[in-house]
Design a protein around this ligand. Structure first.
Ligand SMILES: Cc1ncc(COP(=O)(O)O)c(C=O)c1O
Length: 451
């Protein structure tokens, strides 16, 4: 089995020098796992990255779901090199953009007038969600928004108002009319303290009642991550999203499915909402969609897309949206997902990794829950399986750092661990990463320092 090569102490001397140089002028606030590792990366191939001192790592973070094709996929590299040499800027029609919008529409859900076949392009996830919100206002003539606890839709002011966690502290006040509800089925930690087997989707009823009692009846849209990423790669029970869609219809609102993380192969298909039997009104996409290039988008039906002023000239555009480089990156990504059958690989490799996790659950008392769909996986570490008290953050940070020392990169620094490796990861790399995680868990069990 391939093991990560370790040539120096981590971080090595070259990493230390570069990180020190950068830290003088890079503003604070970068992702914690990058700061904690303190290494400077140099090259990447598939699911493996190498730092500037030559130390190797298996990458189970995958740019938090961005790195769909793995690092430096040869077809992606060639396509971008060719495009940048030809034309890189501007919003005039290009062959790449024309092919891209057609290609995306081949994979989107819906039929007839409900077919989601209109795409507008942006460069970041939050920007796409903001645009989806503007579009929902234009179409419905309403202005309120509902979201769910645990949901994450970005860090701009509009999207932050919909955040379902503590990260919005100190950023208020937000625009009025935004409600985040304790109604997402994180069944391991049910916000209503109920059991999945017997709750009868009480959270959907709470969602319905909250919408009717808390709002002014001017709900433009309900926004949901069909599977919640930031909250811990959570997969809802079958039937939940369908029930949400029904309530949304009752409310006369649009359903925005934020498929930034779940889209384009991550959960084993192009759109997870479709797997749940739901055709949303609007879908927001990003991350894996561009294979690493910052490109995102808003997808909707013809009828919704023509709402004004969103649809007027310059009404939904942006400086970089769908420029020749972005369009080439996204088009090539989808072509590779198709030709290399990466949705299928995501399902097969995801199951392989989940089987390793199930083994851990039998072996280690602190593994409370394992879950996932495709290459979108999570583990909950708890001090006690009955109380479900999470492991201390400090212990988890140590686990992350111990992993880095062994050449293992995963979002293992919180008791809700998340894994989203590249969609083309192979069995050997899955097994190598799982073997290191097994070592880390074994060490923690032996040291008995997790209680
Ligand atoms: C579901 C979801 N929506 C929106 C965003 C925001 O994307 P960006 O960071 O590109 O603005 C994220 C980012 O993690 C996300 O996971």
């Amino acid at each position: 089995m391939r093991k990560p090569k370790k040539l120096t102490a981590i971080p090595g001397p070259k990493s230390k020098a570069i990180v020190e140089m950068e830290s003088t002028n890079l503003a604070p606030g970068l992702q914690g796992f990058a700061l904690m590792a303190g290494v400077a990366m140099d090259t990447g191939k598939g699911s493996w990255v190498t730092d500037v001192d030559g130390n190797e790592y298996i990458d189970f973070i995958g740019g938090i779901g961005v790195n769909g094709l793995g690092h430096s996929h040869p077809r992606y590299v060639k396509a971008l090199q060719d495009q940048v040499a030809k034309l890189s800027v501007g919003s005039f029609t290009t062959d790449a953009r024309a092919k891209l919008v057609k290609k995306v529409a081949e994979h989107t859900p819906g039929e007839g007038t409900a077919k989601i076949d209109q795409l507008q392009l942006y460069s970041g996830g939050s920007e796409a969600v903001e645009s989806a919100m503007r579009l929902a206002k234009c179409y419905t003539g309403k202005w309120e928004f509902l979201s769910f606890w645990g949901g994450f839709h970005g860090k701009t002011l509009g999207t932050m108002a919909l955040l379902g966690d503590g990260q919005k502290q100190k950023y208020g006040p937000f625009a009025p009319g935004n409600y985040s509800l304790p109604a997402y089925p994180d069944c391991y930690r049910c916000p209503l303290n109920l059991k999945k087997e017997s709750c009868g989707f009480a959270c959907v009823e709470l969602f319905r009642k909250s919408a009717k009692t808390q709002t002014t009846g001017a709900i433009a849209a309900v926004i949901v991550e069909p599977c919640q990423g930031t909250a811990g790669n959570i997969v809802p029970p079958e039937g939940w999203l369908k029930a949400v869609k029904e309530v949304t219809k009752e409310l006369g609102a649009l359903l925005i499915c934020d498929e930034m993380i779940t889209g384009f192969g991550r959960t084993g298909s192009f759109f997870v909402s479709n797997d749940f039997g739901v055709v949303p009104d609007i879908i927001t996409i990003g991350k894996s969609f561009g294979g690493g290039f910052p490109v995102s988008g808003v997808l909707t039906t013809k009828e919704i897309a023509k709402s004004e002023p969103w649809s007027k000239p310059s009404g939904s555009s942006s400086s970089y949206g769908g420029n020749p480089l972005a369009a080439t990156a996204a088009l090539t990504t989808i072509e590779v997902i198709e030709s290399e059958k990466l949705c299928e690989n995501s399902r097969v490799m995801g199951e392989r990794l989940l089987n390793h996790f199930k083994r851990f659950q039998e072996k280690f008392p602190f593994v409370g829950e394992v879950r996932g769909k495709g290459l979108f996986l999570g583990i909950e570490l708890v001090k006690d399986r009955t109380t479900k008290e999470p492991l201390a953050e400090k212990r988890m940070k140590q686990m992350y750092n111990d992993g880095v020392q062994r050449g293992f990169l995963a979002m293992s620094y919180k008791p809700t661990m998340r894994f989203q490796p590249a969609l083309n990861i192979d069995a050997e790399s899955i097994d190598s990463g799982a073997a290191i995680l097994d070592e880390l868990f074994t060490e923690m069990a032996e040291r008995k320092d997790w209680k």
